[in-house]
Design a protein around this ligand. Sequence first.
Ligand SMILES: [Ca+2]
Length: 179
Amino acid sequence: MGKRNWKHLVTSDRKRAMFAVAASFAAAAGALTLAPASAQAETTGDHCVYNVTRDELTCSDTPEAALAADSVGIQATSTLVRLYDDANYGTANGTFTLTVDGSYTCTAAYSPIEFNVVNLSAAGWSNRASSAHTYHSCDVKLFDASTTTGTSSTWIDNLANLNTAAGGWANRAGSFQVS
Ligand SMILES: [Ca+2]
């Protein structure tokens, strides 16, 4: 297992656009931000956790190990979204999990957008998700292109086969919104 600072995955110009949070959460995130973890060896694990609070990607060989590595030294993290390479929430070929430090619950409404993950390709996850699960009252909206542009899906809570979402969304998403 290991951690990679997200900024290492993109150029500095793009990093600014990599991830944008709603202003209200940005303030909270600032208060929660911890000192960056010391650098560790990069890994090639198929299961990656992207921690919004720390802007950090942690990969390992299982979803559980990646989550455990992400939460080292943290009292609690909240899992908001998990994307699966396979349909039916299968974990054989990889997962991408979005977390925040601390306890977080999404608002009941779809507005405002609470999180944007704008470049899945930076984590090797463009055109890859085939099922999706959300937690803590969050829902996810997928976008064809990066930077939450292009055609978008409906809001998705849990969906075992993203191809059943209107338009067909398996192996298609390049970015997503969370609310
Ligand atoms: Ca897939």
